[in-house]
Design a protein around this ligand. Structure first.
Ligand SMILES: NC(=O)c1ccc[n+]([C@@H]2O[C@H](COP(=O)([O-])OP(=O)(O)OC[C@H]3O[C@@H](n4cnc5c(N)ncnc54)[C@H](O)[C@@H]3O)[C@@H](O)[C@H]2O)c1
Ligand SMILES: [Zn+2]
Length: 375
């Protein structure tokens, strides 16, 4: 692992030629955000807009503003309501209004201070404002180790998740792990689902490590979290560097997401957290893989793993199966009459399939309903 002495943090790089960017991970990094901006040659002449939410803002916004102001930047802020419902066109428009009122120009930078919701929303603002301005991610949730890397930015439509969006890579990701200490337990569990996903698609040894360190991770032990986040970000960065625009390989990051995104849409955004939905989705994918003869003995293991992290393992019985199927048809992964499934072939290995019969999916959804759910 590389250490950047100027920032005093572990460094990973998303390799994208002349658009490559660093991910810096460490404790107390927000205090060094001004230095990080200077290292990335972010100009001081144009306003910076920091977008955050109303849970993260009161805790960390003043630190970000103070550190950037000390480094000579002119900073404006905009706070949105916390939660998935803020990934909407209405809140997006409010952010654009804030950028205009702040006098942001083409050389301005939009900073996302928060979890995946703020990251996806602020990233889409940065992608669209004046046809694209600079963007910086300051993630404050575990889940955001995934969402802050890779440049997918989006808001939701009531019928389909992340359906209005763009690819817009950040200039840098500045991950201050000390912010995670204030994260609520339910969001800790949700974020760990994406961390485990990175192991399940890429690295069996990392899955085993997660399993062995479940207690420390759930307790927000900083050393364990930092190691897990570094591994998760490294896997994500490796995948994105090889296939930025999801022509093929990048689709593996969608393990659990075909069912998961449909569940989020049917539940009503924010009812089922993203990590909770994909935990159920990953169990569904493992069961599909077993039923199709692609893998053996992955479903029970996946279910036990999710359970040991306090994640739900069943679809709430009141969700309508046909509505879930209909939501899958609206997903970006649905094309030419078929939807994409990422199915495990073993723990740490997956395969992308477009030949999963819809009747099998319906059976799996029915099976996943009615059993125990934990929140
Ligand atoms: N762009 C991508 O590639 C990608 C990848 C994975 C997930 N996502 C998206 O990420 C979103 C979920 O992200 P999330 O789970 O981070 O949700 P989130 O941003 O809503 O954060 C979870 C909750 O924790 C609060 N919070 C955040 N940081 C905190 C802190 N340090 N202390 C206390 N409270 C804090 C937030 O206000 C919110 O209530 C979903 O919309 C999902 O679709 C995107
Ligand atoms: Zn996800």
């Amino acid at each position: 692992m590389k250490i950047n002495d100027q920032i005093g943090a572990a460094q990973l790089t998303v390799e994208l030629g002349d658009r490559s960017y660093p991910i810096w991970i460490g404790s107390g990094l927000i205090a060094r955000i001004g230095r990080a901006f200077q290292l990335q040659n972010i100009p001081t002449g144009s306003p910076i807009l920091v977008i955050t939410d109303d849970k993260v803002g009161p805790k960390y916004l003043h630190h970000v503003v103070a550190a950037l102001s000390d480094a000579g930047y002119q900073v404006s802020t905009h706070q949105v309501p916390s939660g998935e419902k803020s990934k909407s066109l209405r809140v997006f428009e409010d952010c654009i209004t804030a950028a205009l009122e702040a006098g942001c120009d083409r050389k301005s930078t939009v900073v996302a201070l928060g979890g995946g919701v703020v990251g996806d929303l602020a990233g889409f603002v940065a992608a669209a404002y004046m046809r694209g301005v600079r963007f910086v991610q300051v993630p404050t949730t575990i889940l955001a180790h995934d969402s802050s890397v890779g440049g997918k930015v989006a808001v939701n439509h009531p019928l389909a998740k992340n359906i209005i969006g763009a690819f817009h890579q950040p200039e840098m990701v500045l991950y201050d792990t000390s912010t995670l200490q204030s994260l609520p337990d339910r969001d800790v569990r949700s974020g760990l689902a994406e961390m485990i996903k990175h192991g399940l698609i890429w690295d069996q040894a990392f899955v085993a490590w997660c399993e062995e360190h479940a207690e420390q991770l759930l307790d927000k032990d900083e050393e364990a979290l930092t190691y897990g986040l570094l591994q998760g970000c490294a896997i994500k960065a490796a995948v994105v560097s090889q296939d930025e625009r999801e022509n093929d390989l990048r689709a593996i990051l969608n393990l659990g997401h075909t069912i998961g995104h449909a569940l989020e849409a049917v539940a009503g955004y924010g009812e089922l957290l993203h990590g909770e939905a994909i935990a159920i989705g990953m169990i569904g994918s493992a069961r599909l893989a077993e039923q199709m003869g692609i893998a053996a003995e992955v479903a029970g293991y996946t279910e036990r793993l999710m359970s040991s992290f306090g994640l739900p393992t069943a679809i709430p019985a009141q969700y309508d199966t046909e509505q879930i199927i209909a939501a899958m048809m609206h997903d970006k992964k649905f094309k030419e009459g078929r939807t994409l499934f990422v199915l495990p072939t073993a723990i740490g290995r997956v395969e992308i399939r477009r030949d999963v019969p819809i009747d099998r999916v319906r059976d799996i959804i029915e099976q996943l309903k009615g059993a125990r759910t934990c929140q």
